[in-house]
Design a protein around this ligand. Sequence first.
Ligand code: TYC
Length: 101
Amino acid sequence: MTETDLKSRTKVKPETERPKLYKVILVNDDFTPREFVVRVLKAEFRVTDDQAYRIMITAHRRGVCVVAVFTRDVAETKAARATDAGKAAGYPLMFTTEPEE
Ligand code: TYC
């Protein structure tokens, strides 16, 4: 087997392949103040006042709301930081992550 033959066996992933995306999900609870949820959403996810309010009220009414989608690392880091912000203030505020279909 020549060197050229070996080299040609190496599989190259097509450049068009996209990384899997993960949803960050905001979970409702009975204790965290609405204004606090809005503040955390704005600080961690860089959404506007209006977007933050809509996300918060959707989670409040339906139980959960998708905040945004990111690559796995970014989604997990943001969910952990936002959850920690609630914990630091004594609230059970929770953000989870879930792979997109
Ligand atoms: N349900 C909370 C309240 O009535 C507000 C809230 C909304 C908390 C969304 C968490 O993900 C949440 N104070």
